[in-house]
Every structure is written in structure tokens, then in C-alpha cells.
Design a protein around this ligand. Structure first.
Ligand code: G3P
Ligand code: CA
Length: 244
């Protein structure tokens, strides 16, 4: 399959910018989301953690890897965190700042990274964005490895689609997804096999695979029938239907 950039009707296959276009710009920043949009991603993914009453877009437990700060995120004051440089002068955004910045240009996959009150806080924000700010539920996909958190999110915001994040192969895929009422499974690339994909699809579940940066791997997975990939290089997963 020949990759073609941009122009033309997109296929159903989704290029999902992992932490934005994190291969090109500092992860989980507004710049990374802008870059993903520019490179043709149809969706972006980012991580959310609750810090008191604030929801922050941030992946790690610690500040060290991606900012000029040190120590654990949750042990620093919000004031300190908000002054940090997250790369190229970018700051760590709140969930609301990130959504306002994205401004419905692409779909948004929010990963609930922390647990204990994260689902409730995110549900409250997304309900407001749907009820008062013109977003539609299908512009969101909320996912988590923490199934309890995802279940709680679903209870509080049943109109917003959810995806079960898996880092292995479930013993019972049907039970796993049905219990949450998820529309998708987000699967680590090491665990993809054709049988699992076929099983998921026969149950009406989408399959998105993380994190895939190699062009050949992306094309092989696409041929396997999956619905999209999380990638740090969204331009590598933008395809145009040959029939289009
Ligand atoms: O949501 C897919 C992927 O982002 C999960 O792993 O560590 O990149 O958050 P991680
Ligand atoms: Ca993530």
C-alpha cells in the first residue's frame, strides 16, 4: 500500500497523534497537538492526571523527563508546575486549556492516567463541553488501563464513547468490553493478532493499536484490519483510499 499525504478523502483508518505528534514536538503540549493536526492526524491522544481540583495533561509520575522541573507531579504545587518548561517554551496545560486550544479540529482521545476522582472530574468537564460548548460526544474517546475508573466515567457520562486500554491479551474480550460498554479496545502492538482483531470486529468493537512508529509496521497492521494506530509520527499513518 502506497502512503499518500493529505489531499483526498481519508480512509476509515485513523492516524492518532500519540501525545500529539510527539516525535516532532514536546509530548502532551499544545504545540504537539497543532503539529499532529498539521501532519494530517484525524485524532490526537493525550494523558490526563488529577492534581487536586485541576486536571493536567501529563504522562509521567515525575516531572524530570519532560520538563525542567524535578520530583513527583503530585508532590509539587500547581503554581510550580504551571511555571515549568515542558519543552520549547511550552507549559503543561489543563484539560480545559487543551480542549479550547484543539477547538474541535480533530477528535480527542483522553487517557485517564491517574485514578481516584479522575473519572468524575473529567466527566464533569466533558459534559460541560458537550452541553455548553458545541462539542459532540463522538468527538471524544475516553480510555484507561484503570477499568474501575473507566466504569465510573461511563456511569457519569454515558453519552461519551469509551475504550478499554489493554497491555496484554484479554482472556475474555467480549466480557471485558461489554462490562464497560466500550466501543473500542486500544491494544499494545506486541499483542495484536489477526484472530483477536477478527473477534473484536465481530463484536462491533474498533481496534486501535499503540504505539506504532515504523511505516512497515503501520501498513502491516492496517492490512490486519485494525481501525487505526497511535503514532508519534501521524504523517506515517495518513492514507487515502485508492477507491476514493
Ligand atoms: O493510549 C495508548 C497509549 O498512550 C498508552 O500508553 O504509556 O503512551 O500512555 P502510554
Ligand atoms: Ca497515553
Amino acid at each position: 500500500t502506497r502512503q499518500e499525504l493529505a489531499a483526498g478523502a481519508p480512509s476509515g483508518f485513523l492516524s492518532i497523534g500519540h501525545r500529539g505528534a510527539s516525535g516532532h514536538a514536546p509530548e502532551n503540549t499544545r504545540l504537539a497537538m497543532d503539529t499532529a493536526v498539521r501532519l494530517g492526524a484525524q485524532w490526537v491522544e493525550f494523558d490526563v492526571q488529577r492534581h487536586g481540583d485541576t486536571l493536567l495533561v501529563f504522562h509521567d509520575d515525575r516531572l524530570d523527563r519532560t520538563t525542567d522541573g524535578q520530583g513527583r507531579l503530585l508532590e509539587q504545587s500547581l503554581e510550580t508546575i504551571r511555571q515549568l518548561d515542558a519543552g520549547r517554551g511550552e507549559t503543561i496545560p489543563t484539560l480545559q486549556e487543551m480542549l479550547d486550544h484543539i477547538d474541535r479540529r480533530v477528535g480527542v482521545n483522553i487517557e485517564l492516567k491517574s485514578f481516584g476522582g479522575t473519572a468524575a472530574a473529567v466527566a464533569s468537564v466533558l459534559r460541560e463541553y458537550v452541553d455548553q460548548r458545541g462539542w459532540v460526544p463522538d468527538q471524544f474517546l475516553v480510555s484507561s488501563f484503570h477499568l474501575r475508573e473507566l466504569r465510573e466515567f461511563r456511569r457519569l457520562a454515558p453519552m461519551i464513547p469509551t475504550a478499554v486500554l489493554l497491555c496484554g491479551v484479554p482472556l475474555d474480550l467480549a466480557a471485558c468490553a461489554a462490562e464497560i460498554g466500550a466501543v473500542a479496545i486500544n491494544l499494545a502492538s506486541d499483542f495484536v493478532d489477526a484472530e483477536l482483531v477478527a473477534d473484536a470486529r465481530s463484536r462491533g468493537l474498533k481496534v486501535y493499536v499503540y504505539t506504532v512508529n515504523d511505516q512497515d509496521d503501520i501498513e502491516q497492521l492496517r492490512a490486519c484490519g485494525i481501525d487505526g494506530v497511535f503514532t508519534d509520527y501521524p504523517e506515517r499513518a495518513v492514507f487515502v483510499d485508492r477507491a476514493a
